[in-house]
Design a protein around this ligand. Structure first.
Ligand SMILES: [Zn+2]
Ligand SMILES: [Zn+2]
Length: 361
């Protein structure tokens, strides 16, 4: 089969490799579409940091060239004898996160915090190939939702957003501020708008904000534009209940702290590298909450992600307009994403086409 394999920094090769064989608990998927995200672009341009190319991964044991792709949808072509359900021909999504099922956290439905967690496409071969072997425990059958395979391939990032939303405990009649309308922020916007009619979204890019509006944002704010987000909140007499910092930028973190008012919960969705100035007295006296969120809980967040994706009339082609071929993965996918010059919020890859195709709703 054809697959994209990562060898090292800026070195991804499209190669002919043997089809993967399935072990106990696995499904063999014929891949329909795979999303790429900032993590893939970062590994491509500045890695390997996560990909186990030089050293064996402590959990997966993988070492050497690796097939990326952790946002995948495909059709079941085979399964291990011990797998129940997942009939041949059904469309499934994989949440990609593999947990042990027996540790302290797994037993408390926090499989994302599993002490032996690993991820398909980050720590072992993933979905940027014609076929992938994936644990059925990471998968949800998507065939009942009436969504396209392209939409199904958005389930993993939507699931990350669903998990972040839950971490913020956004209640009805509460307001949310979302800083960053990229590949997670837009899904978070849609998920939050299902709960709240006060969802404020800020981003540097006007086109992303237009998509955020069509996904249910109450008001959007162009960062660096004429009106500040403080002004917009004041004009709407809104005190943010929850601030989701999705940009991962230092400016976003500082903005979140500035916008926080008494009792605000700040959810750090984007990874904030480096040390930050936070005044613990301020956190105590204003009862602020700084909340972490990581990955997603496959059994809870992934089904909800599919429900949300299916609930949008007209589908998601505005968020993910194109599926690239494997040959275009680097030039039209990872490089523009790494250099911040892509116009697509979400980029999909279809390993079966020779040239980019339009996605279907
Ligand atoms: Zn991702
Ligand atoms: Zn575990």
């Amino acid at each position: 089969m054809r697959a994209a394999r990562f060898y090292g920094r800026r070195d991804i090769r499209i190669e002919e490799v043997p089809e993967p064989s399935i072990g106990p608990g696995d499904l063999l998927l014929k891949i329909s579409a795979v999303g790429i995200c900032g993590t893939d672009a970062h590994e491509f341009a500045a890695g390997p940091q996560m990909f186990p190319i030089d050293h064996p991964h402590p959990v997966s044991g993988h070492v050497g060239p690796m097939i990326p792709g952790h946002e995948l949808a495909g059709v079941v072509v085979d399964k291990a004898p011990d797998v129940a359900g997942f009939e041949a021909g059904s469309l499934v999504v994989s949440g990609a996160g593999i947990s042990c099922g027996t540790c302290h956290w797994c037993l408390r439905a926090s499989t994302n915090l599993c002490e032996r967690y690993s991820t398909l496409g980050l720590h072992q071969d993933g979905g940027l190939a014609e076929y992938a072997a994936v644990p059925a425990s990471t998968c949800v059958d998507a065939s009942g939702w009436g969504i396209s395979a392209d939409t199904a391939a958005l389930a993993q990032p939507m699931s990350i957003a669903v998990h972040a939303l839950r971490r913020g405990r956004l209640q009805r009649a509460e307001s949310a501020v979302i800083l960053g309308a990229g590949g997670i922020g837009v899904f978070l916007t849609y998920a939050a708008a299902a709960w709240s009619d006060q969802v404020f979204v800020a981003d540097l890019d006007r086109r992303r904000l237009q998509v955020a509006e069509s996904l249910g944002a109450t008001k959007t704010v162009e960062v660096g534009g004429e009106t500040s987000i403080e002004t917009v909140l004041d004009d709407n007499r809104t005190i943010p209940s929850v601030i989701y910092e999705v940009s991962g930028s230092a400016a976003g973190f500082e903005q979140a702290l500035r916008l926080a008012q008494r009792g605000t919960r700040i959810v750090l969705v984007g990874l904030q590298h480096g040390h930050k100035q936070v005044d613990p007295v301020d956190i105590s006296l204003r009862e602020l909450e700084l909340v972490g969120t990581s990955a997603h809980v496959c059994s809870l967040d992934l089904p909800e992600a599919l429900r949300l994706l299916a609930s949008r009339d007209g589908g998601w082609t505005d968020v993910a307009p194109q599926a690239l071929s494997l040959n275009e993965l680097v030039s039209d996918g990872l490089e523009p994403l790494a250099e911040n010059r892509t116009t697509r919020i979400k980029t999909l890859v279809d390993p079966w086409v020779d040239t980019a195709r339009a996605t279907s709703a």
